[in-house]
Ligand binder design. Structure first.
Ligand code: HMG
Ligand code: MG
Length: 313
């Protein structure tokens, strides 16, 4: 049964939304970094190709991190070398330090993302770094990458809660986000790594971050769907003017260094909502569902995306 047999959502605009949303697809990175068994390089490449065929134009491809820390992505060089890079498609990669940047530049990347933590404990567990020390690690990476003409995203994790520290003060999030922005990151992605945010909380954090001097046009949101709140949280962020949303095809994902981090907001669920709202995004839902079903077959388990399931995947 195809999407069209079951019908698309009826279109009803909601007030105060942007006309167009950029979907930052993280399935091949955030989705696959947490898999128990390592996915073969050629499967990763075909997944990225299928996502590009579905109309996604920002495909986070892999990470140039220490291979012992994330063995699932130890083939970063091979993935980038094997990709048929297409005009108009961006393939950003995660880079934690200068060694990662060197590897990325050798692999001819045009877009990187550094990834900071809003909390002390996650900086230690994820980056083996102190809180201030992480910014010291990123500053030369951002400076050199910008000088080389690269775009640089700054992720900020644990913006809504932390499994070791509990609640996270929005003021603390705002200060950390402003540090990444002032350092030269062209975009800041606010992460709910463990999926504990709710919509009012999202608006509070966005207001705090904007009050600290980060332009709303430079913000993205990155919601994990642990408690089923990711789509509601996304809608809250859209209402505050955010126009870039991170999502993972089929809802794959998690973070190996954060207890209870599950998959991201599923890209299909996001596309379904945006279609209903009449907000354009450039993705062909049938092709995307096809890519996620294909990936689910490779992984040997069904996709957790509600839309993929509803459409018979
Ligand atoms: P470290 O062990 O402290 O590294 O790890 P080091 O600087 O002490 O170096 C030790 C050795 O590692 C050296 O080799 C370095 O060359 C090598 P030696 O001299 O001993 O032979 N090394 C590297 N090798 C390859 N690539 C590199 C690299 N760096 C050093 N880039 C480090 C520090 C940051 C490297 C480590 O902690 C790390 O790789 N962490 C990455 C963890 C990670 O990828 N987590 C998942 C991504 S974050 C996430 O998922 C959250 C997000 O989705 C948003 C959200 O949901 O909130 C983005
Ligand atoms: Mg994540």
């Amino acid at each position: 049964m195809t999407t069209r047999d079951k019908g698309l959502p009826a279109r009803h605009a909601a007030e105060g939304l942007v006309d167009n949303v950029t979907i930052w697809e993280v399935g091949a990175r955030d989705g696959l970094q947490n898999e128990q068994s390592v996915v073969p390089t050629e499967v990763k490449i075909e997944f990225l190709d299928r996502l590009a065929d579905a109309g996604l134009r920002t495909l986070e491809a892999t990470s140039f991190v220490h291979p012992k820390w994330v063995p699932q992505l130890a083939d970063a060089e091979q993935v980038l070398a094997g990709l048929r890079r297409r005009p108009g498609v961006r393939y950003p990669v995660l880079v934690p330090n200068e060694r990662g940047l060197d590897r990325g530049l050798t692999a001819d990347v045009a877009h990187i993302a550094v990834f900071a933590s809003a909390t002390v404990e996650f900086a230690r567990r994820n980056l083996n770094s102190g809180f201030d020390e992480q910014f010291g690690m990123f500053a030369p990476v951002v400076e050199r990458a910008r000088a080389e003409g690269l775009d640089v995203r700054g992720y900020l994790s644990m913006c809504f809660g932390d499994p070791w520290e509990g609640r996270v003060d929005p003021g603390q999030v705002a200060t950390a986000a402003a540090r990444l922005y002032e350092m030269g990151c062209t975009e800041i992605s606010l992460g709910d790594t463990i999926g504990v945010a709710t919509p009012g909380h999202v608006q509070r954090v966005l207001d705090a971050v904007c009050s600290a001097g980060v332009d709303v046009g430079a913000l993205a949101v990155h919601f994990h769907d642990t408690y089923g709140q990711a789509l509601a949280n996304t809608f809250a962020a859209l209402r505050r003017g955010v126009a870039t949303v991170d999502a993972s095809a089929g809802g794959l994902g998690g973070c190996p260094y954060a207890e209870s981090a599950t998959g991201n907001l599923a890209t299909e669920d996001l596309v379904w909502m945006l279609d209903g709202l009449g907000v354009s995004h450039g993705v062909d839902l049938d092709a995307l569902v096809g890519a996620s079903r294909w990936m689910a077959q490779q992984l040997g388990r069904p996709s957790p995306s509600r839309v993929v399931r509803a459409l018979g995947g």
